[in-house]
Design a protein around this ligand. Structure first.
Ligand code: HEM
Length: 406
C-alpha cells in the first residue's frame, strides 16, 4: 500500500486532471477503460472495475465485503474523508454481518411501502413550497433553489428533526457531503469536517434522548426503540447512522434531481413526452439514475483471492466499482449514451447491489417522481439559461449550479 505522502500527491494530481478534464464528461474515459483496461490496478493499489457484468457480479460476490475502512489510515491525516473515519466505521454501509443485518433490520422499517405512503404527501408539500418561493422570479438555480433543499427537508422530516433545526442540517451537509468524495476530500481540510461533526454528533445525541421521552414515527425513534429491544448497541451507533443517513440520502438525491433536470432540458423531446404522459415518470427516474448516476462509484474489499475478467486479484485488495461506467456499457444497454425515458429492461447499477444495496432507494424514487413531476407541471416553460458547472468529484456526480428560466 502507498504511503500517506504518495496518496496525497496522487490525489492532488488526479484531482487537478480529473477536475479539469473529466468531471465535465467522464464517459469517454469510462469507455476507454471498459475496452482496454476493464480491470485496472492503479499506482495506489486499488483495482478499477468498469464493465457492467463485472460491476454487477463484484457487488454481489460473497468473496468481497464492504470497503475496509482501515485503508483510510494510508490517507494524509488532514484528509476530509479520513477525518470521518470513526463515524464511517459505525455506519451501516461499512458494517459486516451480523451487525449489518441487525442494524439494517431496524433502519429498514423507515423504508417500507406502508411507512413511505404517509411520507409521500409531505414530500409533495415540500416540493410545492420550494417552487412557490421562486415561481414569481421567473428564474432559479435548480441546484440551490430546489435540488439541494428538497432532500434536506425530506431527511429532516423522516429523521424527526424539528423544522426550526433544518438550517443546521443544511449547514452540515454542505461540509460533510463533499468530504465523502476522495477526489474532493484531498483538497478539503479535515479540520472543517471535524468542526462540523462535533456539533452534529451532540445534536443527534440530544435528539435521541428527546425521542426516548417522546417517540414519533421517524428514524431516530425507530433506532431508540431498537436500542430498548437490544437491537442497537449504543447511542454512538444511533448518532453515527443518523449522520451517515443524512450524508448518503442528501448528496445522491440532490444529484439525481439536478442531473435529471439537465438531461431533460438537453433533450426537450423527452421533457415534452414526460409532460404529456406522466405514466413515464418512474421509468424516467430510472433513466436519469442510469444516464448520469448520482453516485458513480462504490468500493469493496476482497476477502479471498478472486478472478475478474481473467485477472487474479489478491485477498485484501480494494476494488473501485465504477457503476457509472457499467451503466453506459453498450454490451448491456443498447445505445448507452442516448437518454431514453422509456428505456426497457433498465436494470442499472445506480443503487449498487448485494446486501449493501441502497436502503433509501424507495424514498429516493418517490423524491425523483415528485421532484420532476412538480417542476415540469408548475414550470411549463422551463429552459436552460446560462452555463451549468459540474462538481470536481469522482465518487459523486453532480452540479455546482444549473441556471434556468421558466
Ligand atoms: C438517488 C438517490 C440515491 C442513490 C443514487 C443512492 C445510492 C447508494 C449507493 C450506490 C449505495 C452503496 C451501496 C453499496 O455499496 O452496495 C447506497 C447505500 C446507502 N444509502 Fe443510498 N442512494 C440514494 C438515496 C438514499 C437515501 C434517500 C437514503 C436515506 C434516506 C440513503 C441511504 C443509504 C444508506 C443508509 C446506505 C447504506 C446501505 C447498506 O450498507 O446497507 N440513500 N446508496
Amino acid at each position: 500500500m502507498a504511503s500517506p505522502a504518495t496518496f496525497a500527491r496522487t490525489s492532488r494530481i488526479f484531482n487537478r486532471w480529473y477536475g479539469r478534464v473529466f468531471s465535465r464528461n467522464p464517459y469517454p474515459l469510462y469507455r476507454f477503460l471498459r475496452r482496454r483496461y476493464p480491470v485496472l490496478r492503479t499506482p495506489i493499489g486499488f483495482w478499477i472495475i468498469s464493465r457492467y457484468t463485472d460491476c454487477y457480479n463484484v457487488l454481489r460476490d460473497r468473496r468481497t465485503s464492504t470497503f475496509d475502512m482501515r485503508a483510510l489510515n494510508a490517507f494524509p491525516p488532514d484528509d476530509g474523508l479520513r477525518s470521518m473515519q470513526t463515524l464511517l466505521r459505525d455506519a451501516l454501509q461499512f458494517r459486516l454481518p451480523p451487525d449489518h443485518t441487525r442494524l439494517r433490520r431496524v433502519m429498514g422499517k423507515l423504508f417500507t411501502a406502508a411507512s413511505l405512503e404517509t411520507v409521500r404527501p409531505r414530500i409533495q408539500k415540500i416540493a410545492d413550497r420550494l417552487i412557490d418561493a421562486v415561481i414569481d422570479r421567473g428564474a432559479m438555480d435548480v441546484v440551490a433553489d430546489f435540488a439541494f433543499a428538497l432532500p434536506v427537508d425530506v431527511l429532516a422530516d423522516v429523521m424527526g428533526v424539528p423544522d426550526l433545526d433544518k438550517p443546521l442540517l443544511r449547514k452540515w451537509v454542505k461540509t460533510l457531503g463533499v468530504a465523502i468524495d476522495p477526489a474532493a476530500s484531498a483538497n478539503d481540510p479535515g479540520r472543517m469536517v471535524r468542526e462540523t461533526l462535533a456539533p452534529a454528533k451532540r445534536y443527534f445525541h440530544e435528539l435521541a434522548a428527546e425521542r426516548r421521552k417522546r417517540p414519533g414515527d421517524d428514524l431516530i425513534s425507530l433506532m431508540v426503540e431498537g436500542q430498548a429491544r437490544g437491537e442497537i448497541a449504543c447511542d454512538e451507533e444511533i448518532v453515527c447512522n443518523a449522520i451517515f443517513t443524512l450524508i448518503a440520502g442528501h448528496e445522491t438525491t440532490m444529484n439525481m434531481l439536478a442531473n435529471g433536470t439537465l438531461a431533460l432540458l438537453r433533450n426537450p423531446e423527452a421533457a415534452a413526452r414526460l409532460r404529456a404522459d406522466s405514466s413515464l415518470l418512474d421509468s424516467a427516474v430510472d433513466e436519469v439514475l442510469r444516464y448520469d448516476s448520482p453516485a458513480q462509484v462504490t468500493f469493496r474489499t476482497a476477502t479471498e483471492d478472486i478472478e475478474i475478467a481473467g485477472r487474479k486479484i489478491p485477498a485484501g485488495a480494494h476494488l473501485v466499482v465504477i457503476m457509472g461506467a457499467g451503466n453506459r456499457d453498450g454490451d448491456r444497454f443498447p445505445e448507452p449514451d442516448r437518454f431514453d425515458i422509456a428505456r426497457p429492461d433498465n436494470n442499472h447499477l445506480a443503487f449498487a447491489g448485494g446486501i449493501h444495496r441502497c436502503i433509501g432507494e424507495p424514498l429516493a424514487r418517490i423524491e425523483g417522481h415528485i421532484g420532476f413531476e412538480t417542476m415540469l407541471r408548475r414550470m411549463p416553460k422551463l429552459a436552460l439559461a446560462g452555463q451549468h458547472e459540474w462538481r470536481r468529484t469522482m465518487v459523486l456526480r453532480g452540479l455546482v449550479r444549473l441556471p434556468v428560466t421558466f
